[in-house]
Design a protein around this ligand. Structure first.
Ligand SMILES: [Zn+2]
Length: 214
């Protein structure tokens, strides 16, 4: 087996070693083909890369197969899963564009929640690039990423239900997934679909200077 520490590139993915005074060595694989490792020193980073080589290989192959399958049609942007010409969005001014994305997502989320629970959950939309959503129990408030507005409605609802389920069960344990499966019996298929769309979102943000407007 080839040791990862001997290369600065892995299966077409560039390895970026970032030495910083962090407590734990960590890794992040970006869908555009970069492996970023953060660690206290070069030696620790190398040990980490060697120990994780199998995991990295799997992850890299997964990302490659997903991004090959899910291409972004030229000059098109998805809005709730349907692709529209980029020109339609370019014509809008920033406040209309924001309204279209944020408000539509918020209205949809609130409507879905009102069918799901009697509890008055507040919905707030943020430009979160990594997280799809989160739930604040203290404020009884759901936070959603504005980029969910790219995704098909059933996936948006799946994410909202996930966050809602945290009002019933805090951690991702068996009980939590039983709650999810009562509403979404094929959750594994949805997870896969969600991952593809979330990677597509990264492609959109890389390709179009769009994120500041929404
Ligand atoms: Zn969760």
């Amino acid at each position: 087996m080839m040791k990862l520490s001997e290369v600065s590139e892995y299966s077409g993915f560039e390895i970026i070693k970032n030495i910083r005074p962090v407590r734990n060595t960590r890794i992040h694989i970006k869908p555009e083909g970069k492996i970023v490792v953060v660690g206290k020193n070069a030696e620790l980073i190398q040990q980490f890369l060697d120990a994780k080589s199998k995991w990295i290989t799997n992850k890299v192959n997964q990302i490659k197969s997903i991004s090959n399958k899910h291409n972004l049609p030229e000059n098109k942007i998805p809005f709730f899963g349907k692709f529209y010409n980029m020109g339609n969005f370019k014509k809008m001014n920033v406040s209309d564009l924001r309204k279209t994305f944020r408000d539509t997502l918020k209205v949809n989320a609130e409507a879905y929640l009102s069918q799901t629970t009697k509890s008055k959950i507040k919905v707030r939309v943020w430009a979160m690039k990594r997280k799809l959503g989160s739930f604040s129990r203290r404020k009884n408030e759901m936070h959603l990423s504005v980029y969910l507005a790219f995704l098909p409605k059933h996936l948006v609802e799946y994410v909202i239900f996930h966050e809602y389920a945290h009002t019933l069960e805090r951690s991702h344990n068996k009980k939590f997934y039983r709650i999810i499966e009562m509403r979404f019996p094929f959750r594994k298929a949805l997870d896969l679909e969600l991952r593809k769309w979330w990677l597509l979102k990264d492609k959109i943000l890389r390709k179009y200077d769009f994120s500041k407007s929404i």
